[in-house]
Write a protein that binds this ligand. Structure first.
Ligand code: TYM
Length: 331
């Protein structure tokens, strides 16, 4: 039997190249050899997105992004989290096996509490229960589909380790393997894609290079990558340049070696380095952008694909929940 690969993306804004290289591209590579289940985590987005029209749009944008990047819905079970209500039943069952202390240690919650404390606010200001229990819903997403591997960027690894911990607690309690134990699949070269300012590329830092913007906007965005003050003639170290790090994601090994020598030789300014990055990025993103625009022009067809995916997903989900209910004596 093939192993199962599963991952999800939260529709909270434009997809960016961190999502693409950290999760989408590796996930599509895994789909060639694994049974793949990929989804739009719309209930996770609800924690922060309270405008219905906006959420409705971002759900379609993320779905179209997956398809434009090459997801084949015949090969991958592709669905919206909210279309598989079994996940909420599993979430409630998993809550009974999740220590509150484990949630206290989750990065996103801890960061908010720390920020509040530093500002002299109530530690839990702005923290809703959706944020606090986020890792349990995510564990349910993963465990529901008997996932073996979860392709993600490094920022999500803690969540997958928590999912594994929670599943282990369940199995330990019943003395048998009721639930599958997942593992994270993280790429060496794109675990943390840097953003325009050198920090991790993230919607919340407003430092992203979006995947599907028009060519002109892509170029303008790339020109905003922050650089140091080295002049044109000065030799430059490619390995400490985030422009080069980004270039590597789009270029072949030969292209990388050739550009690295130009950096080291001097005579190439940051403007030219950014042009090279733009050319390589635009080469890879242009065909995807064209497919994306075509998909977004036919939302009913897109919704149909997601509905068909949900139909395939639900029986698998129901089987996991039934297995757990039986083991738990809740029948
Ligand atoms: P999200 O929506 O923030 O990000 C989606 C995926 O993109 C990866 N990623 C990055 N990878 C490398 N470098 C970056 N700068 C970068 N920024 C984002 C993320 O690691 C992620 O893989 N909680 C998840 C969504 C989720 C999920 C799941 C994932 C819900 N349920 C079950 C896997 C399995 C999230 O917010 O990802």
């Amino acid at each position: 039997m093939k192993e199962i690969s599963l991952t999800g993306i939260k529709p909270t804004g434009d997809l960016h190249i961190g999502n693409y290289f950290g999760a989408i591209k590796p996930a599509l590579e895994l789909a060639k050899t694994y049974d793949a289940r990929y989804f739009i985590a719309d209930y996770h987005a609800l924690n922060t997105m309270k405008d219905p029209a906006e959420l409705n749009t971002t759900i379609r944008q993320v779905a179209a992004g997956w398809l434009a990047a090459g997801l084949d819905p015949e090969q991958v079970i592709f669905y919206r989290q909210s279309s598989v209500p079994e996940v909420f039943e599993l979430t409630t069952m998993l809550m009974a096996f999740t220590a509150k202390g484990l949630m206290n240690r989750a990065h996103a919650y801890k960061a908010m509490v720390q920020d509040n404390t530093e500002k002299g606010n109530d530690p839990d200001a702005g923290v809703n229960m959706g944020l606090f229990t986020y890792p349990i819903l995510m564990a349910a997403d993963i465990i529901l589909f008997d996932s073996d591997i979860v392709p993600v960027g490094k920022d999500q690894v803690q969540h997958i380790e928590m999912a594994a911990d929670i599943a282990q607690s369940v199995n330990a309690n019943y003395g048998k393997p009721v639930l599958k134990i997942p593992r994270a699949g993280v790429q060496d070269d794109s675990a943390i894609v840097p953003g325009l300012d050198g920090r991790k590329m993230s919607k919340s830092y407003n430092n992203t290079i979006p995947l599907f913007v028009p060519e002109k906007t892509l170029r303008k965005t790339i020109m905003r990558v922050v650089t140091n003050s080295q002049g044109v003639e000065e030799p430059k170290d490619p390995d400490s340049s985030q422009i080069f790090l980004l270039y590597k994601l789009f270029a072949s090994a030969e292209e990388q070696a050739a550009l690295a020598s130009r950096y080291r030789a001097g005579g190439m300014g940051w403007g030219e380095a950014k042009e090279e990055l733009f050319r390589a990025a635009n080469r890879e993103l242009t065909p995807m952008r064209e497919r994306y625009d075509a998909i977004m022009a036919d939302i009913p067809a897109l919704d149909k694909i997601l509905a068909q995916g949900a139909e395939k997903a639900r029986p698998i989900a129901a089987a996991t929940v039934t297995r757990f209910r039986k083991a738990a004596g809740v029948q």
